[in-house]
Design a binder for this molecule. Structure first.
Ligand code: KE4
Length: 437
């Protein structure tokens, strides 16, 4: 199916001006503002499969996929049917519904290390709650996170964070008193010696280590060999909680997420994105020994008006049932198509004489405008973001919608086709020419 772009942007520009008058920056999440790539944000009006259309009727091959949730592509029929069916019975009750245990059982079937799971409405809520739970369980104060990793915008985690914080080049956030982050240790990713040093210095005071097992939020950065095993061994020895933040990787890298792919058992797992099928769902889970500390069973409080919302549960169940039934087809296809795409674009960069390195795990990937290798924030942040901006805008003009930041992962869906990949590689050749000029 051809990608049709009118090149017009008047409607999106008009909508942006209107939005800016009533919403900070005209956006409800900063990365959508295109601040690091320049130009006007596009306003999307609909999506289907691998494609989205903006207010000026430009069509795009979409590699954002709502920042990860849409592993099956936009407007997946089974998910839509589930949402409509649930909505006909009402939208929210503030009471327990059968669908919550339906989704919980589906999640636990894919993550056997988890005995119980609690649903919330965002990844931020999931990680914030998991850190609170780790502190309650260990009765310790300090937490370890890694530079360039992003775990949502809870105060204690907005330290040297990736994603939109890195995109905007801000150290953390205004409004977070030093006292709120004094117990947060931000260490370099892929460096076990730094973790050992921290545990030596703060012996018996560190509640948890929270990590993206494959980082998406400084761009895609895989863990070095034995790094995750190292974190597991150190946290077991030190009796600290290991939290795998699988908000992005859960159900994306495998049906059982990164912990299946790398065969590592974390203590707690946080999730989001895919488990909501595009509706607001987050989750945190782990062994009953830890999870039973969560109110009303235990003293660790966490709550939410729309937690377990019936429409979100229905969408999540439909999504995960599709993945469970089709995983033998979906994950190998994602691996093949993603590999063809990432290698094809990298070859185009080489032909154009543009310095580029690429990281990919399954269907999440990033092309970094730096010679590389990119293994942590220090190396990722050496990327030429001006060159990335030129490439992004050229690709957008050609109907290819990449994440509007060098420090974000791009995503492929099961709805993408070989023809989408061919078109994207062809567009990249022009994109690299734009970078050269
Ligand atoms: P949310 O609160 O945005 O649902 O989830 C926070 C979060 C937690 N953990 C990981 C690993 C995440 O990637 C995220 C959110 N991801 C970003 C994309 N890099 C969301 C996009 C945005 O901020 O608009």
């Amino acid at each position: 199916m051809p990608v049709t772009t009118s090149g017009k942007t008047e409607q999106s520009r008009r909508l942006q001006q209107r939005a800016e008058s009533v919403i900070p920056g005209g956006v409800n999440s900063p990365v959508r503002a295109f601040r690091s790539v320049g130009g006007d944000p596009v306003f999307i009006v609909r999506g289907k499969g691998s494609r989205v259309w903006d207010a000026d009727e430009n069509e795009y091959i979409d590699y954002i996929g709502s920042w990860g949730p849409l592993l099956l592509g936009h407007a997946e029929p089974a998910v839509l049917d589930a949402i409509v069916g649930a909505a006909c019975n009402g939208t929210s009750f503030g009471a327990s519904t059968p669908a919550e245990a339906d989704l919980a059982e589906l999640v636990l079937s894919a993550f056997p290390h988890m005995q119980k799971v609690r649903f919330v409405s965002s990844g931020t809520e999931a990680t914030m709650s998991a850190v609170r739970l780790a502190r309650a369980y260990t009765k310790r104060k300090y937490i370890i996170k890694f530079e360039g990793c992003y775990h949502g915008h809870a105060d204690c985690l907005l330290v040297k964070a990736g994603s939109g914080v890195a995109t905007l080049g801000i150290p953390g956030s205004a409004g977070v008193p030093d006292e709120f982050t004094q117990f947060t240790l931000a260490l370099p990713f892929n460096n076990l010696a730094a973790v050992e040093h921290a545990f030596h210095k703060f012996k018996h005071e560190i509640a948890c280590v929270i990590v993206e097992p494959v980082v998406g939020n400084m761009g895609c950065v895989p863990a070095a060999d034995d790094y995750l095993v190292g974190l597991r061994l150190i946290t077991e020895r030190e009796r600290a909680v290991l939290i795998f933040d699988e908000v992005m990787t859960g159900f994306r890298l495998a049906f059982g997420g990164a912990q299946e792919l790398y065969n590592i058992r974390p203590d707690l797992t946080t999730m989001g994105k895919i488990i909501g099928g595009g509706l607001p769902v987050g989750a945190y889970g782990g062994p009953a020994e830890i999870m039973d500390l969560v109110a009303p069973l235990g003293p660790m409080y966490q709550a939410g008006t729309l937690s377990g919302n019936p429409l979100a549960m229905a969408a999540g169940c439909a999504m995960l049932k599709q993945l469970r039934e089709r995983k033998g087809e979906i994950y190998p296809r994602l691996e093949k198509l993603s590999g063809d795409l990432v290698e094809g674009v990298a070859a185009a960069a080489k032909d154009a004489g543009v310095e580029l390195t690429h990281n990919r795990v399954g269907s999440m990937f990033t092309w970094f405008f730096t010679p590389g290798p990119v293994t942590n924030w220090d190396t990722a942040s050496k990327s030429n973001t001006e060159a990335f901006g030129k490439f992004f805008r050229s690709m957008l003009d050609q109907g290819i919608y990449l994440p509007p930041s060098q420090y974000e992962a791009a995503f492929l869906s099961a709805a993408h086709t070989e023809d989408d990949i061919r078109k994207t590689i062809a567009a990249a050749k022009e994109g690299f020419a734009a970078v050269r000029n």
